[in-house]
Design a binder for this molecule. Structure first.
Ligand SMILES: [Zn+2]
Length: 321
């Protein structure tokens, strides 16, 4: 079976957009999606950041729109867009446009972010490699037995993954909502986003609070139980990194722009997460608000250094045990 017109090239001013069809959807549905995608491209300035962009239409079980580390490819999941077909045919172009636009912008922000920010790529690569290293080690030892040192290192890695997700997904969600007109820089939005992030950060921080409690109570039992305790803390934090980093990050990026109008979107995408968090902390404190996150100052609800120290104390105590 030949997919309908496999590759189609569009010239939009000086830019080139290539839409490659790998979906099995019928011809007129593909044609319609292609038309809507081109409309989104023409309406949204972020898509003109690259001189050449490839859109791949495919069918998958995964999310509706995705991007890989390839610098210029966005994947649109036709199966998810059409929901099987009939309903899709009765929906208006505007409805489909409005559904696709935010997620396409989100993925485009990721691509722009990766292409502009070498630090982000290095950071992500480093921690992905560590996570993969853990998996390989598990496979080699052919058991889920790990030492308490390994569990502690693994929790530290997850803490960094948490930061990297706040960095990437926070930027993407913030700019996505900004570009579709859902975010005005007013106090209502600031308070709403701050409250949402605060509640999530408190829950994420439970991972370390439990460790602190255990230390305070001196309930250090056998190594096996301690190890399980660390693994549980890691699983808790990993869950937050995967699903809640978007909202925490959105608040951080929003607050920087809200309190400092000299910073533009490109500046935000060029900054390293350490500079982002430090700038955020300073701006929040200066304006009389409690930062949800801090690196080394101890001022935030979730302080990176405080958590690292908690973990180090726990490990030391466990080793003496
Ligand atoms: Zn994303």
């Amino acid at each position: 079976m030949f997919a309908f017109l496999r590759r189609k090239k569009y010239r939009l001013g000086k830019r080139i957009v290539i839409i490659e069809n790998r979906s099995k959807a019928i011809k007129f549905r593909i044609k319609r999606i292609r038309k809507i995608i081109i409309e989104i491209f023409q309406a949204e300035p972020i898509f003109s950041k690259f001189p050449r962009l490839v859109i791949i239409l495919w069918d998958t079980d995964m999310k509706q729109v995705a991007s890989a580390f390839n610098p210029d490819i966005i994947y649109v999941n036709v199966a998810a867009v059409t929901h099987g077909g009939t309903l899709f045919d009765t929906r208006s172009d505007t409805a489909i446009y409005d559904e696709l636009k935010p997620t396409m912008i989100h993925e485009m922000v990721h691509l722009v972010h990766y292409s502009r920010n070498k630090g982000l790529m290095m950071y992500k690569e480093r921690y992905t490699r560590q996570v993969l290293g853990d998996i390989v080690r598990l496979m080699k030892t052919k058991s889920f037995e790990t030492t308490i040192e390994q569990s502690s290192k693994s929790l530290r890695t997850t803490l960094n993954v948490f930061l990297s997700k706040i960095w990437m997904e926070g930027a993407a969600r913030f700019l996505q909502n900004l570009y579709v007109g859902r975010l005005k820089f007013d106090e209502d939005n600031f308070r709403r986003l701050h409250a949402a992030a605060e509640s999530l950060v408190r829950q994420a921080g439970l991972a370390f609070e439990l460790i602190n409690e255990a230390l305070a109570k001196n309930v250090l039992i056998d190594t096996n139980a301690l190890n399980k305790f660390l693994q549980k803390a890691e699983a808790h934090l990993a869950g937050f990194a995967i699903s809640e980093s978007y909202v925490i990050g959105e608040h951080i990026f929003f607050s920087i722009r809200y309190f400092d109008s000299n910073i533009d979107d490109d500046n935000l995408l060029d900054m390293h997460i350490y500079d982002i968090v430090r700038k955020y902390e300073r701006l929040m404190l200066k304006n009389g608000y409690l930062p949800v996150l801090s690196l080394y100052s101890g001022s935030g609800i979730f302080d990176y250094k405080r958590n690292i120290l908690t973990l180090a104390h726990f490990l030391k105590k466990a080793q003496q045990n």
